[in-house]
Design a protein around this ligand. Structure first.
Ligand SMILES: Cc1cc2nc3c(=O)[nH]c(=O)nc-3n(C[C@H](O)[C@H](O)[C@H](O)COP(=O)(O)O)c2cc1C
Length: 392
């Protein structure tokens, strides 16, 4: 049997601290500290505790070259533990282990910078209710935050070492200035009113469609869109949760940016609205949006150019930010509400859309739809641009 180590592996010497009565009674700090080694691999969910022999063996096995297992003269149980965990891969894997080897192979093909791959894997949530957690910790409203956390760093600091201030004129009252002033995150979608097919199509066309294309070869095409994109690669796909659009069956879709067409995908388990709420980690104030786009980079498209590049993941996060701002402004101009959130249950979304997180993994969800007539959830609208304030 030939073996090699998985491609992206970090070892963490972690210290766990727990209350310890006997230490307190003996005049100590009342804390027990225990150290252990954890293996974190970018193709695996979760962390794996390893012992000293396994740690040493991992350091001796090449991640690139296949070698005969016998050459390592390792204790059988030590190696078997690493093989079962997927930290070491073999060319004769049984089916359960072969799935992990295939994941590792897909990861290798994407050319991730290892620290970014690890961060992306570890930051994913599954089944998390972020609203419940905020409420339980009384960190829901701005006054809650102030009371629990004290004052934040200054909202607009001045540099102590700066020269005399140069005042600038306040200019501009164009349509675009007024459009910018109307943009506000919507947390009050109308749960009944559907979007027309035209409005929905218009939004997708503005935000995600290719406006033109340049082919440098038959198999090498660059798209022009309304948002900028690192390397001009436009690797971010829009996976759609369509809840209320006239003439379009509610469900999951993939948007094709060149065809400007929807590709219907299998329905998620259970009710669509419940899936949307789970995807949004319980943020019920967004879950009634008529349509949502899960912003999902195809990592290999970006890392084709930016191989093992320390800035490439950052550029993808920025790409999603640009798409969401284009979506906000497009929606605002059409009279619709819009939102973006990074507080999402990636694992649940990946399962529903059939995605491998290190190949095509979601970063954020944006949505749009008609605003309701009543404000049920607070929006940040201090100047009353959206919700006219009652006369004082
Ligand atoms: C990257 C990003 C993530 C956000 N995530 C959330 C979120 O998880 N939940 C939420 O209610 N709003 C979220 N928002 C919206 C912000 O709360 C909102 O932009 C901010 O309160 C300012 O309000 P405005 O967008 O109306 O100006 C997010 C915004 C951005 C840009």
């Amino acid at each position: 049997m030939r073996i090699r180590r998985c491609s992206v592996l970090f070892l963490e010497p972690r210290e766990d601290v727990a209350f310890d009565l006997s230490s307190l009674l003996a005049g100590g700090a009342g804390l027990a500290r225990q150290r252990r080694w954890l293996a974190l691999a970018a193709h695996l969910d979760g962390e794996i505790e390893i012992d000293a022999a396994q740690r040493e063996l991992l350091g001796r096995i090449s991640p690139g070259e296949w070698s005969e297992a016998a050459a390592f003269d390792a204790d059988a149980a030590t190696l078997a533990g690493l093989l079962d965990a997927g930290l070491v891969l073999s060319d004769g894997d049984p089916p359960a282990r072969a799935a992990l080897r295939e994941r590792d192979e897909r990861l290798r093909e994407a050319h991730w910078w290892p620290a970014a791959a690890m961060m992306h894997r570890l930051a994913r949530w599954q089944g998390l209710d972020s609203v419940g957690a905020m409420e339980a910790n009384q960190l829901h409203t701005a006054p809650d935050l102030r009371r629990k956390l004290g004052a934040p760093p200054a909202h607009a600091p001045s540099r102590a070492d700066a020269g005399p201030t140069l005042a600038l004129p306040r200019v501009g009252d164009t349509d675009f200035d007024r459009l910018l002033a109307q943009r506000a995150t919507c947390r009050n979608f109308d749960p009944e009113r559907a979007l027309s097919r035209e409005l929905f199509a218009h939004m997708l066309q503005r935000v995600f469609a290719a406006q033109s294309m340049v082919a440098v070869a038959d198999d090498t095409v660059f798209l022009k869109k309304h948002s900028p994109s690192g390397g001009g690669l436009h690797p971010t796909e829009a996976y759609l949760i369509v809840q209320r659009v006239d003439g379009i069956a509610p469900g999951l879709y993939h948007y094709h940016p060149v065809e400007h067409a929807l590709e219907p995908l299998p329905a998620p388990e259970g009710e669509l609205h419940a899936f949307a709420l789970r995807a949004l980690a319980g943020q019920h104030w967004f879950a009634d949006a008529a349509a949502m786009a899960v912003l999902t980079p195809r990592y290999a498209r970006s890392f084709w150019k930016y191989r093992y590049h320390a800035k490439a993941y950052r550029a993808l996060v920025l790409d999603s930010g640009h798409l969401s701002q284009t979506l906000y402004l497009s929606a605002t101009e059409l009279g619709l509400g819009a939102f973006v959130t990074a507080a999402i249950n990636e694992v649940d979304i990946e399962r529903a859309f059939g995605l491998d997180p290190l190949v095509e993994g979601p970063l954020a969800i944006c949505g749009f739809g008609w605003r309701g007539e009543r404000m049920r959830n607070t929006e940040f609208d201090p100047s009353g641009a959206i919700w006219p304030r009652a006369p004082q």
